[in-house]
Design a binder for this molecule. Structure first.
Ligand code: SF4
Length: 443
């Protein structure tokens, strides 16, 4: 292996969800801070780190393939991420890897890197931009506020992979957000396994940020993030009463009127079997209350169809819930067993065709709801954030659209903008998923 440049160089491959991406950003940031060069080409690197996903079989296969490819093309490979926490599958499949760690293991990964590729003698801290190294485009960034989860949902193995909830100190989170805002990031997406639980593990400890006390709690975190004057979007929030406290901040325009709440089902019996957090809450009542406080509120959610024991009546209850709640964005997954999850042993496992038919039916119901909600926006003037400009014009997102999972706003034939610009746009058309708009002249 020939290093074509003078600095020790690390190749990096990252697979998996935004949470894995956030781990990758921390590792990349530290590597650059210590003076390592990063390369996307295996043959220019002295060593390769593969950040894996181990959630479902397809992801495991993809991760194992990526490790094999890195071994073939480079030979020196360190594996990190969720797959590393799943027994010895990595070592058994690829005994030549140098080391394997689980997720959220920055120090461990760096220890292995130092062992196999000593760091440069005199690293220059200013090689690192203040916002760290990001995998996302320059205008939006994920901000991870905690790691792990205290729940034990029957279909999920994340707590066994990532451990119990550990909240990041609020001062660190805010310092990171401040650096992002200073570096020109226009939208921060707050992520964790359970955003509403932020600070529970440290009893909402008070810390100091910018000389003033801030509690490690979602409401206080949101208030502080609002001071940067950029979009702040909340993901993975559960419908606990405490969430009521952040809705007024949305109504006041301090953070985006957007909540990503993974309800997963509406039948109390199935929610109980799923062991979902806040399953005893009256969700419809809660949603109505939120909408009373903030009529603009957009709710995104995900659901699982065909969970073990789901009867026709349970599924009908879910459909009724969707028809009544009229959520803005919905994703649905046919239940699929995950190795090691408690749900695998539940009675009443349903055939794949039933699980899939129900998923299709649910999405059809939701499609009409989404289309009607988007059509209601025609003629309205909305603020959009530009994601890219291609041959046909500007592609942007509204406050109602999180990157990669929600819809887009197309301003066809309009080119006078750049990624990260905010624009006012009049909606002229809509389909099931996206909006079409034209720019509104600014004074
Ligand atoms: S809340 Fe449930 S689904 Fe989410 S990470 Fe925790 S155990 Fe998994």
């Amino acid at each position: 292996m020939t290093n074509l440049i003078s600095l020790p160089t690390v190749g990096f491959v990252s697979l998996g969800c935004p949470k894995a991406g956030s781990d990758a950003e921390l590792i990349l940031t530290r590597l650059r801070a210590e003076g390592y060069e990063i390369s996307s080409a295996y043959d220019e690197a002295d060593l390769v780190i593969v950040n894996t996903c181990g959630f479902i079989d397809a992801a495991i296969e993809e991760s194992l393939d990526a490790i094999g490819e890195a071994l073939n093309e480079n030979g020196k490979v360190i594996v990190t991420g969720c797959l590393g926490a799943k027994g010895d599958i990595v070592q058994t499949t690829h005994p030549a890897v140098l080391a394997v760690t689980g997720p959220h293991a920055l120090e461990e990964v760096m220890g292995h890197v130092h062992r196999h590729l000593p760091k440069p003698h005199d690293p220059y801290a200013d090689l690192v931009p203040p916002q760290g190294i990001r995998l996302t485009p320059a205008h939006f960034a994920y901000l991870k506020i905690s790691e792990g989860c205290n729940h034990d949902c029957a279909f999920c193995i994340i707590p066994s992979l990532r451990g119990p909830l550990v909240s990041r100190p609020v001062g660190d989170v805010l310092a990171e957000a401040e650096n992002l805002a200073r570096a020109g990031v226009k939208e921060i997406l707050v992520i964790s396994q359970d955003t509403s639980a932020y600070g529970v593990d440290v009893k909402y400890r008070t810390q100091f940020w910018g000389g003033r006390p801030v509690k490690t709690r979602l409401k206080e975190l949101c208030e502080a993030l609002a001071s940067f004057g950029i979009w702040v979007r909340l993901h993975y929030v559960y419908p606990y009463p405490s969430v009521d406290e952040v809705i007024p901040l949305m109504a006041e325009g301090k953070i985006l009127p957007y909540l990503d709440v993974p309800f997963q089902h509406a039948s109390p019996k199935i929610l109980k079997a799923m062991r979902r957090p806040a399953s005893a809450e009256n969700t419809l009542e809660r949603i109505n209350k939120w909408r009373e406080i903030c009529p603009e509120l957009v709710i995104r959610s995900t659901f699982i169809t065909g969970f073990p024991g789901e009867t026709d009546a349970d599924f009908d209850q879910l459909i009724e819930f969707l028809e009544t709640a009229r959520l803005d964005r919905v994703g649905a997954f046919a239940y699929s067993p995950v190795a090691g999850a408690a749900a695998n042993d539940l009675p009443g496992q349903l055939p794949e065709t039933v699980r899939e038919d129900r998923r299709r039916w649910l999405m059809q119901v939701q499609e009409d709801i989404s289309a009607a909600k988007l059509a209601a926006k025609i003629d309205r003037v909305i603020e959009v954030l530009v994601d890219e400009v291609d041959d046909e014009g500007v592609i942007a997102r509204s406050k109602a659209d999180a990157p990669e999972i929600d819809g887009l706003v197309y301003l066809d034939g309009f080119f006078a903008a750049a990624p990260g610009d905010f624009l006012q746009a009049r909606v002229v058309d809509a389909d099931h998923h996206d909006l079409y708009a034209e720019p509104v002249a600014q004074d």
